[in-house]
Write a protein that binds this ligand. Structure first.
Ligand code: ATP
Ligand code: MG
Length: 800
């Protein structure tokens, strides 16, 4: 047996040691990134337990994410032989949920109450609107959601909201109706979890006193991002506020350790209050304030960059941060010509890092907006590099993308029942669960697809679903002769999906993702090696191939990359670009998925990276309008929050940090020419290493060889001067050479021309694509529908 302290405490510096071993009194640790705040918090729990000052049940620890909670439990379990599962360690929502489950009767909830996520909550509000005929134009449901959330965060029930005008009166009325509906249905939203458990404790003296007695130590990480209600909740549990004692007989003694960094406050938009830190010191009569000034995470190049950047903010509590690690590696800065080039450079760099022995899970890519991940995911996918997206879903798995894909799939195949079910009532068009049940019964009875069973359905159900199907058919007609990108745009518009998300106050991210899907479709037009093994390459508006050749991506040209079947040898029939695109989407969603526990590159937004650390970090899209985000560039407070975000991002890196920006980027469906972020100007030049020249325009040398196929069409295979292990950066920073696009119609065919096919009969040419061996035509055969035919195979005779 070890002496209690030795094992736990020997790895701490004097300030950390002092913090870990503080007496049982309220304390605040205010310290910069990587100074060991979380480590101190975890070690203190272990120390309190090991020295017998408290039992595991007497501790409550609040973390910011579930991932952080898990990590804390793992660390604790490694320090002490302990069943950490039963301990009260979790997020605010998680802990509140636990309280409400334990006291569901007193909280006036069914034992099996369900939790509504943000999306469910919105649908719930909309259902209410329908029932009570509330005008969605006048009181947008999304705004109501915002209003209700805000009231709950301030601890206000409808009766407590101060009504100053008719507008607010109406909103409060809706709030009241919403509450009644949730109560009737036995569901709670996130805000309700917090407020309901606050009220539970406030209104039930015995319960409150039980927990006040029980939780002798309350420890809170990332305190700078707590909101008003969370603060009040802690205050009540610690017995410091008005609810300290019922009859004076019981004096609560719970003590609070709050740990935070004002420079990392990044959730003001969700009601977080940095002011909670100063309030805490005052209202709790905090005696111990400890600063930690040594950063153990990074070298001084990284740290100086973070410090220099954040010094541009005005509202700071002020603290120092130094490192004993020496300079470490310089911060590498890279300028790309396009977002594709940026992603490809990154992947090559990652390969190099992996070769040097870095684990993939120690490499993180951080971005400001979720939509940025798509191009990066594609590059990783093409390189066969496993990756995992945190705090969000992979691009093709996001709800809005899956919804859009469901419509596209239905265009290709109306009998796709999964897509049918997904799309039929989304966006909501008044098709109830009952109608869908009837439809499913009918389909089951005759063994046909849902779309085929619709005709057998009578009444309102039949009419509504019939109208949906008719809409799909109209779309199918409208899409004929259109390019893939146009089809996607058409579907986003006519399905109502885009409008649906645009009306959503919190839907900006989702609309961005939909735009990104349009971009993906636009990039997906060049199909190399048509009819053989098909490799899809992204191209720009001019038809220039933007990625490097498959060979430079480590792919063997003879090896099938995407298993898209060759055209039918008899008829020449081939996959439509839409079908090929959907295959690509399905593959990318389902394939090189990082399995649980598999070593994978970590992708996440900067917000989701708070509290985490990695050996190597890429911060991408360092451009004006992106980071700092365009919505926050005009107002000083939001700009400071962007800077704190950047500070969080920089300080995630242990050893190597890359910052990259691109001259052009597809954003919201158009190519944008972005200036590099102002944050570059705020970093110390001596800590940086510009991999690409600092102010460079287009140009630079690379080897480009046009490979001429036997048909005379030219493909761009960019061979580069890169050695097997060396990196030739010039290739990412050079505009690709134009690929001559054959303008004459292939095969002597013309759009609108009538043709005859031995199997499909007479048809009309809708569109033509490609050239030479790769030429294909989209033809409408009245009796067989629209087909894509490879002209090198299909035998077509013009009909005069
Ligand atoms: P953040 O602000 O990003 O949440 P933090 O202040 O919580 O950072 P930690 O994550 O606790 O910092 O610690 C940063 C890194 O430094 C961790 O890898 C931790 O193990 C290490 N570390 C902390 N203190 C020491 C120490 N005294 N000796 C060695 N390593 C330490
Ligand atoms: Mg931390």
């Amino acid at each position: 047996q070890q002496s209690p302290d030795a094992g736990l405490l020997h790895n701490l510096n004097p300030e950390q040691l002092a913090a870990v071993t503080l007496p049982a009194e309220h304390a605040l640790i205010l310290a910069g990134a990587g100074s060991g705040k979380t480590r101190v918090l975890t070690t203190r729990i272990a120390w309190l337990l090991q020295t017998g000052q408290v039992s595991p049940g007497g501790i409550m620890a609040v973390t910011f994410t579930n991932k952080a909670a898990k990590e804390m439990m793992t660390r604790l379990a490694a320090m002490l032989p302990l069943n950490v599962r039963g301990m009260w360690i979790g997020t605010f929502h998680g802990l509140c949920n636990r309280l409400l489950r334990a006291h569901y009767k007193l909280a006036n909830l069914p034992q099996t109450f369900q939790i509504l996520d943000t999306q469910d909550q919105l649908s719930s509000i909309k259902r209410l609107y329908k029932q009570f005929g509330i005008d969605d134009e006048r009181y947008p449901a999304k705004q109501m959601q915002w209003f209700i959330g805000g009231c709950k965060e301030d601890g206000l029930r409808p009766a407590q909201v101060v009504v100053k005008d008719p507008e607010t009166r109406k909103k409060v009325e809706i709030y009241q109706l919403y509450e009644e509906q949730c109560q009737r249905e036995g569901v709670v939203d996130f805000g309700e979890l917090m407020l309901r458990s606050y009220e539970l404790l406030r209104d039930n003296d015995p319960i409150r006193e039980h927990y006040q007695r029980r939780f002798r130590h309350i420890l809170i990480d990332e305190f700078q991002d707590t909101n008003k209600l969370q603060y009040a909740w802690i205050k009540m549990l610690a017995g410091t506020g008005a609810h300290s004692s019922v009859d004076g007989a019981f004096q609560p003694t719970g003590c609070v350790l709050a740990v935070g960094d004002d420079d990392q406050s990044i959730y003001a938009f969700r009601g977080a209050r940095v002011g909670n830190m100063t309030d805490f010191v005052r209202e709790f009569g905090v005696k111990h304030q400890i600063k930690l000034e040594e950063n153990y995470r990074s070298g001084s190049n990284i740290l100086d960059s973070a410090n220099a950047l954040i010094s541009n903010n005005s509202k700071r509590l002020g603290k120092n941060l130094r490192t004993a690690q020496g300079p470490g590696e310089p911060v590498r800065v890279f300028e790309a010509t396009s977002d594709f080039a940026e992603a490809n450079w990154m992947v090559d760099e990652m390969k190099q890092l992996v070769r040097e022995g870095h684990e993939r899970k120690e490499i993180a890519v951080l971005y400001r907006s979720n939509a940025q991940s798509r191009v990066i995911e594609t590059a990783l996918f093409n390189a066969g590099m496993p990756y995992k997206v945190y705090g969000g879903l992979r691009f093709f798995e996001r709800a809005e993308i899956k919804n859009a894909l469901a419509y596209l799939r239905l265009l290709e195949n109306p009998r796709d029942d999964t897509s049918f079910m997904r799309a039929v009532n989304f966006p909501p068009r008044g098709i109830g669960a009952r109608s869908l049940e009837l439809l499913q019964d009918a389909a089951r009875a005759t063994g046909c697809a849902l779309s085929d069973a619709v005709s057998g359905l009578s009444g309102k159900a039949g009419a509504n679903i019939g109208a949906f199907l008719a809409g799909i058919e109209v779309l199918n007609e409208q899409r004929q002769g259109k390019k893939l990108k146009e089809i996607v745009e058409l579907v986003l518009k006519h399905s109502g999906l885009r409008a649906h998300y645009e009306a959503d106050r919190e839907g900006a991210d989702r609309v961005e993702n939909l735009d990104e899907l349009v971009n993906a479709a636009e990039s997906f037009v060049s199909i190399e090696g048509f009819g053989r093994d098909v490799v899809a390459l992204p191209v720009d508006e001019l038809g220039n191939v933007l990625t490097q050749s498959p060979a430079s991506q480590g792919l063997d040209l003879n090896q099938p990359v995407q298993d898209i079947p060759a055209p039918d040898l008899e008829t020449g029939e081939t996959l439509s670009p839409l079908a090929a695109f959907l295959t690509h989407a399905a593959l990318e969603a389902g394939d090189n998925q990082a399995q649980a526990g598999q070593d994978a590159i970590q992708l996440m937004t900067v917000h989701a990276s708070k509290g985490l650390e990695f050996d190597c970090v890429f911060i991408t899209g360092m451009e004006e309008g992106l980071f700092p985000h365009e919505n926050s560039m005009t107002d000083r407070d939001s700009l400071e929050e962007e800077r704190r975000l950047m500070y969080v991002a920089i300080t995630r890196a242990r050893k190597r940090l890359y910052l990259s920006h691109s001259q052009t980027r597809m954003l919201h469906g158009q190519t944008r020419y972005n200036l590099k972020s102002r944050f570059f100007e705020e970093l110390p030049e001596e800590a940086l290493k510009w991999i690409t020249p600092k102010h460079q325009g287009f140009g630079g040398g690379f080897g480009s060889a046009g490979v001429t196929s036997n048909s005379g069409a030219t493909h761009a295979y960019h061979t580069s001067a890169r050695g097997q292990f060396g990196t030739d950066y010039s290739k990412y920073t050079t505009a690709a050479a134009p690929v001559p696009v054959q303008k004459t119609p292939p095969g002597g065919l013309q759009v609108k021309q009538k043709v005859f096919h031995a199997k499909f009969g007479e048809g009309t040419v809708l569109s033509l694509e490609g050239s030479g061996d790769d030429a294909r035509a989209q033809i409408n055969f009245p009796r067989h529908g629209v087909k894509w035919l490879a002209l090198s195979v299909a035998k077509l005779t013009p009909v005069p």
